[in-house]
Design a protein around this ligand. Structure first.
Ligand code: COA
Length: 404
């Protein structure tokens, strides 16, 4: 999802700041209009509506409130459609030679690159993959049992110390592009590096002849992935690259509106993505499948959750009221992987769970979301469970260009 965050900033500053971001508190119930975020006057002030006693109603979850306009992606939650710049995600995933870096280019610059443009962008990323010794030294001090999302958040925050930026403004386009490249390039190195360090191993340097997805698996496991593994990793990154104004993108938007630097914007998005109702759900899905343990236990588990009003992880979505199109693609990838590399004992439980949840909760519009099958795929690729969300974040960085 890293990619989705990158898409946010660039156009955001070009179009100037939004004039009003509302912050709601439940206790006591005040409404604050952030009237001006572009300078000294960015303090909370009562809005004109408050003064006239005509306060707009509180909308839980900002439901129905547009926070920005964007041509980057489009979702039809009832038809189960996700498009990046007008291209359906399933078409993009199937397209010959498509890959994550090309998808990032499409999301950020609004068109598929020609060969030279793609090569230039890939080379920029390739050349920026290594991380500074001091950042690596800092990561060596992280506790081995710390969560990788916290390690990632701290490491991304530290990048701003090594790539100082002037306060962002409408002329910041060049600096934002530089930050896009730095973050895209370095996040996989930092995620893999933290994992190696906590296992007592030295980080592995990026390998120049490997592309983005394959190189990540190599830095993580020390083994060169085969073509199928590399391709599936690539598609997973593409699927997570962008998703309109989800919670982490919204965080990024709010942080960007203060005109801080892009690294800080992405740091706030990492923090938001870590929550178990957002990116953290894929990790919870595997724990849940392990906990259910057998196909026979599925129905009683679902019934127990419903009777206790407990959420079943990997199901339900704020926008999709049918099966998430990405879940369909991920399920196909999971089947392909299991067919060629051996079954996963939890896949049968997952299939049964999806069937029973659809039967019981389908009429409420609760179906499998992107996180339901992604964990099974990641695990088969050798990615440890607690790295699932950081991996999800690799790709969701185009939020830096949202709102073009
Ligand atoms: C993603 C999520 C936060 C979206 O929630 P939402 O659209 O705001 O839906 P609400 O929280 O308003 O819930 C609507 C109803 O559906 C139920 N519901 C929503 N998701 C559910 C789930 N996963 N399992 C069981 N019931 C669920 C709620 O309990 C609620 O029931 P009620 O009307 O009887 O009170 C929610 O579906 C969820 O928590 N899912 C599990 C976590 C997950 O997989 N997250 C990854 C998202 S990609």
């Amino acid at each position: 999802m890293l990619c989705g965050n990158f898409a946010l900033l660039e156009g955001y500053f070009r179009k100037n700041m939004q004039s009003s971001l509302d912050i709601q508190y439940t206790q006591p119930s005040y409404k604050h209009g952030l009237e001006e975020v572009n300078g000294e006057e960015s303090f909370l002030k009562p809005s004109t509506d408050d003064i006239n006693g005509k306060q707009p109603p509180y909308k839980p979850g900002l439901e129905g409130i547009a926070v920005t306009e964007s041509s980057i992606s489009y979702i039809d939650g009832h038809k189960g459609i996700l498009e990046y710049r007008g291209i359906k995600i399933d078409e993009l995933a199937k397209k010959e030679n498509s890959n994550f870096v090309e998808t990032v280019y499409l999301l950020i610059w609004g068109k598929l690159p020609i060969k030279e443009e793609l090569n230039y962008f890939r080379t920029q990323i390739l050349n920026a993959r290594e991380i500074n010794d001091k950042i690596q030294g800092m990561m060596r001090c992280f506790p081995d049992n710390g969560h990788p999302m916290h390690a990632l958040q701290t490491s991304v925050g530290a990048l701003s110390l090594f790539h100082p930026l002037h306060p962002l403004n409408e002329e910041a386009e060049v600096e934002i592009r530089e930050a896009v490249v730095q973050l895209l390039a370095k996040i996989p190195t930092m995620v893999a590096g933290f994992h190696r360090l906590r296992e007592g191993n030295n980080p592995i340097k990026p390998k120049n002849d490997l592309d983005y997805a394959a190189n990540f698996l190599y830095m993580l496991t020390g083994g060169k992935p085969d073509n199928l593994e590399a391709q599936i990793m690539d598609i997973c990154l593409m699927l997570h690259a962008e998703h309109t104004i989800n919670a982490s993108t919204f965080s990024a938007l709010v942080t960007a509106s203060t005109l801080t630097d892009p690294y800080t914007v992405i740091t706030s998005a990492v923090g938001t993505l870590g929550g178990r109702r957002h990116g953290g759900a894929n990790e919870e899905v595997l724990k849940m499948l392990e906990n259910i343990d057998s196909v026979d236990n599925v129905r009683p588990y679902v019934e127990k959750c419903i009777s206790r009003s407990q959420r079943i992880m990997g199901f339900g979505h704020r926008v999709y009221k049918v099966k998430d199109p990405r879940a369909k693609i991920l399920q196909g990838l999971a089947e392909e992987l299991f067919y060629l590399k051996g079954q996963d004992p939890y896949y049968k439980i997952a299939i049964e769970l999806e069937k029973v949840v659809e039967e019981k909760l389908g009429e409420k519009g609760i179906y499998a979301n992107v996180d339901f099958y992604s964990g099974l795929v990641y695990r088969k690729l050798g990615i440890p469970t607690d790295l699932f969300t950081p991996v999800f974040f690799h790709s969701n960085n185009t939020q830096l260009k949202k709102s073009t």
